[in-house]
Design a protein around this ligand. Sequence first.
Ligand code: SF4
Length: 692
Amino acid sequence: VVELGMPTRSVLTTCAYCGVGCSFKAELRGDELVRMVPHKDGGANEGHSCVKGRFAFGYATHPDRVYKPMVREKITDEWREVEWDTAITYVAEKMREVQARHGVGAIGGITSSRCTNEEVYVVQKMVRAAFGNNNVDTCARVCHSPTGYGLKQTFGTSAGTQDFRSVARSDVIVVIGANPTDGHPVFASRMKRRLREGAKLVVIDPRRIDLVRSPHVEAAHHLQLAPGTNVAVVNAMAHVVVTEGLVDQSFVDERCEDFDGWAEFIARPENSPEAVEGITGVPAAELRAAARLYATGGNAAIYYGLGVTEHSQGSTMVMGMANLAMATGNIGREGVGVNPLRGQNNVQGSCDMGSFPHELSGYRHVSDDAVREVFETLWDRPLMAEPGLRIPNMFDAAIDGTFRALFVQGEDIAQSDPNTKHVTAALEALDLLVVQDLFVNETAKFAHVFLPGTSFLEKDGTFTNAERRINRVRPVMAPKTGKHEWEIVCEIAQAMDYPMSYARTSEIMDEIAAVTPTFAGVSFEKLDKLGSVQWPCNDKAPEGTPIMHVDGFVRGKGRFVPTTFVPTEERSTRKFPLILTTGRILSQYNVGAQTRRTKNVAWHPEDLLEIHPHDAEVRGITDGDEVSLASRVGETKLRAVLSDRMPVGVVYTTFHHPVTGANVVTTENSDWATNCPEYKVTAVQVALRTAV
Ligand code: SF4
């Protein structure tokens, strides 16, 4: 501020990092962004912020940004700058050419959870209406797709149950497979405030995250389970509830169905804490105590992250947590619930907008004739009733030669998706890869067309945070590329002979509201008036819905689903004796495309491998040594840091830097229901580099 002078104007907008969705005033002097000031009336943050939202906006004007479209025939050619019209015509003609040669289903698109609802909506519309197929998927595939599946099966809708404020009424907080102080810092502060007031904490995580023991906060129980055994732990907790008479029977009788069959399943001896102790590594007595606390300690809330979803049984675990909450009556009021902590700013929104190959906006299946008719009437195109390809299916089909062209909106799949070698082989096999992004990222290295995108400071639209709160994203500056991202997508659709245009972004939200019952009452006008609203927002709830399933579940009755524990196929072996699990740190964000291009980079310039001192000693590794990390699919190198946060036999790293590329070693294993990758369990070997 001192250097740039005092700001002369401000624009109220939303942070573009995590799923907390903090509101900020972007303060400018002329066209220069001077500072980001957390907004005291922000529904999600109430005046608070973390280091990323407040200070890590420099990437928006970083010299690496690309402002002109670029085209090249082959990925070995040099990029050629072209005008927008040329790039758009090139994409449209190539897409049509591929379809003429290989069929309507040979092309598709991927939407981004970093983009606005409106930008995502137009991409899925382009795929369904202009491409004429359902080959659209979202990067939520690799993070919270099991949340979508599991919560829909049990509660009837694919979203968290509570607003963030509700945590102030929790007596017991259970954090499973999440690291809120690093991943969701502003919500973590709310949580810690409640814990300091006396709420009890249970952490279920292989790693001793900061919350387990920090100033004035100490977990009552840390269930330090073996990676891949979540379902065994949640089943054992439910076993204690059922066999010790801790079920909230009146809640279950009035509000739920299929309880008896589930209760018979969960009461079986193989689900007892004693039976699973050898599998999970969690002492039975500790697990019993945690289950009793959850069931009898008052309002009990579950918050969870990717340590739940990114497993071969991610969807099963989501249903297991829902079972536990229903059995104890911890749903439908303040202070309770089952709540995903969403990683990206708009992962909830990108799912809501119909980015999945099997669902139109509002989570309605493409095979539903009545739903399809609504869209067909408005869009004036017949739509396919069969689900399209998921992201991993697109990769497999590209390698097989049946899928030939892909549009990628703001996602660096070459760095973020598992088994890098497989992903890059698929990208290399494509006839046409179109990347819309800020920077020439790892994925763009395989692209034929690069369409420069806009940063959040140039966007006009909405993001939806982890508590279903729709926040306005207001433009702080005009698009530096000369076009909004949604305009580019509309122009590609038009060039493919599908008329698609909007005079302004609010018209896209009006269309979303017209076809999506949970958004029926949402408009820019309302958002400007109320600040934000949480969906469902419609005639029944004109000002939104902070807490869901209050009088009844969205599906009518909450459904209990038996959740049999099936061990992952990924096992440690003589050759790969350690288990790798991955996560993130406070100052970096996902693949680091943004945070590495801010001053944050100086704080954590590389990914590190956390290894237990015992595992390090037997390998002759000391703090700071360069080590190789290898799995059956690939090998990378990084520096070791000795840490007893992980148990013996488990190592941990982050995936923020392309050079170290943790996803070089993660495998093709995935969740049985959604194909969400099993990032959290990879058998690896670690060796001192000089000894390799
Ligand atoms: Fe942004 Fe999340 Fe930090 Fe809030 S907590 S400022 S949304 S990164």
